[in-house]
Design a protein around this ligand. Structure first.
Ligand code: FDA
Length: 452
């Protein structure tokens, strides 16, 4: 394809990169988007597997996610609500299943009291956190140098309350064990969604889906860019200096005045920066790592759990699949369950054969929904850990102490290079909403600079 010149080269056709490229184009700048994969969308990916439409990556939209909601409206997409009629289920440490409604798990009265106190305390702390600058939180260093698990142990010795509160951030969001990230990182996660209470409320955080799948957002954004999106073009080298950048991909080279690197930060080291990035960036990027979760899809001839008065919403920190939901598609008579297996448990099941893994995961789902759950007509595991251009799920977070040490530098430009990704967002952190916000931000900074 040879060499082309543009005002801006965007590396990565995920939502962040495509949002930025559209903004730049609207502002009259020329762009080229180089994408390593043979599809646009990155961590958003809708596919038909054995006849079932599955959202392999991100899918849910919550009411606080204004940037995503605006984009969905702008693209003319329709949303629908997650099915939530009926009882949720909870399995406690003794393996006993209890039905419940509302947000608070049906635990014994003392544990419930501790859980409510912890949620209140976390909400009060979260209210002090600016998600765009969590390092300015009072006692940021202290909160960032204690693990979330240890912080919880300092508040209570009620293990079931600890396990449940940890679940909302660890298994369900950062997809790392609660000893592996700080209390400040946990507060950022909650602040990015408005409050800790929002994370506890599945009907808030997992509210809506897009009819036909959320990948339509990047696909339609890419469509608007037409021939300016180049698929199958992993950027291997990014030369930069006062005069601009040269991005060298497998089949083409783009010269531009600016670059936006719109990848998960764990992948920056796949690009040879010439000259090398400053040492602060080298260090900082090594303190960020992806979480790890398997998203499990099980499709049945009908949503049989609804016949039992179940909503499909299920939680247990003691189960292999720590949470599961009714994920039936809009207008589809079949029923789909989606379950999640996180961090160490995901490691464990990837050490056994695919058949045994499927059996163990379906066994876990059957604990919530009964034996019928063991016989789906379609079964699929989203395995983002095996994807070369993502390497984990859902997103990246700092290790202990990394957030207050490096957080303020995460979005800093390096010469003509800017960075944009959901993994560096404040509001919408680790979500599509955050990716869109970061795309808008990087583009607006370049437009401002171009006009100055
Ligand atoms: P993203 O990773 O999507 O895009 C980066 C792009 O860069 C990719 O297309 C990649 O191929 C490309 N690339 C990498 N290296 C390159 C190179 N060297 N050269 C060229 N291209 C390169 N969010 C949400 O809001 N609701 C939800 O329900 C969920 N659920 C969920 C489930 C699962 C299983 C996953 C994996 C993720 C979610 N998420 C989510 C998170 C959400 O999907 C995610 O935050 C955003 O899609 C990230 O968008 P970005 O554009 O920031 O990165």
């Amino acid at each position: 394809m040879g060499e082309i010149s543009r005002d801006v080269v965007v590396i990565g056709a995920g939502v962040a990169g495509l949002t930025a490229a559209n903004d730049l184009k609207k502002a009259g700048l020329s762009v080229a988007v180089l994408e390593a994969r043979d599809r646009a969308g990155g961590r958003l990916w809708t596919d038909v597997i054995d006849g079932a439409m599955l959202e392999i990556g991100g899918q849910w939209v919550s009411p606080d996610q204004d940037a995503l909601i605006d984009t969905i409206a702008d693209l003319g997409l329709e949303t629908f609500s997650r099915y939530r009629e009926g009882d949720s289920v909870y399995i406690g440490p003794d393996g006993v299943l209890t039905r419940f409604t509302g947000d608070i798990f049906p635990v014994k009265a003392e544990t419930e009291k501790v859980m409510v106190e912890l949620i209140d305390k976390l909400d009060a702390l979260v209210a002090q956190v600016d998600p765009d600058e969590p390092w300015t939180t009072p006692d940021a260093e202290e909160l960032d140098t204690v693990s979330f698990e240890e912080w919880l142990h300092r508040q209570t010795d009620d293990q079931e309350a600890i396990d449940n509160i940890a679940l909302f951030i660890a298994g369900a969001m950062l997809t790392k064990p609660p000893h592996a990230f700080s209390a400040l990182q946990a507060l950022l996660m909650a602040a990015s969604a408005g409050s800790f209470t929002h994370l506890v409320d599945a009907d808030f955080i997992l509210d809506k889906r897009v009819v036909g799948g959320l990948q339509q957002v990047p696909l339609l954004l890419a469509e608007r860019l037409g021939d300016d999106v180049f698929l199958g073009q992993p950027v291997r080298t990014l030369e930069w200096g006062d005069d601009g950048v040269t991005a060298i991909a497998d089949g083409m080279t783009v010269r531009a005045r600016h670059a936006i690197v719109a990848l998960a930060p764990v992948l920056y080291n796949r690009i040879s920066f010439v000259p090398a990035l400053p040492r602060l960036q080298h260090q900082m990027h090594q303190h960020l790592s992806m979480g790890f979760v398997i998203k499990v899809h099980a499709v049945y001839d009908r949503p049989f759990w609804r016949e039992q008065g179940l909503s499909g919403t299920a939680f247990s920190p003691y189960e292999l699949s720590h949470e599961a939901y009714d994920n039936s598609n809009h207008g589809d008579e079949r029923g789909t369950l989606v379950g999640f297996v996180s961090d160490r448990l995901a490691d464990d099941v990837f050490r056994i054969s695919a058949e045994e893994r499927k059996e163990r995961i379906l066994e876990s789902l059957s604990h919530y929904y009964g034996p019928e759950a063991k016989n789906p007509v379609v079964y699929y595991e989203s395995d983002w850990g095996a994807e070369e251009w993502t390497r984990g799920a859902y997103a990246a977070s700092f290790d202990l102490g990394g957030l207050h040490r490096y957080g303020a530098d995460l979005r800093s430009p390096v010469g003509p290079i800017r960075f944009a990704c959901s993994d560096m967002a404040g509001a919408g952190y680790q979500h599509v909403d955050g990716a869109i916000r970061m795309g808008h931000l990087a583009a607006s900074q370049i437009v401002d600079e171009a006009r100055a």
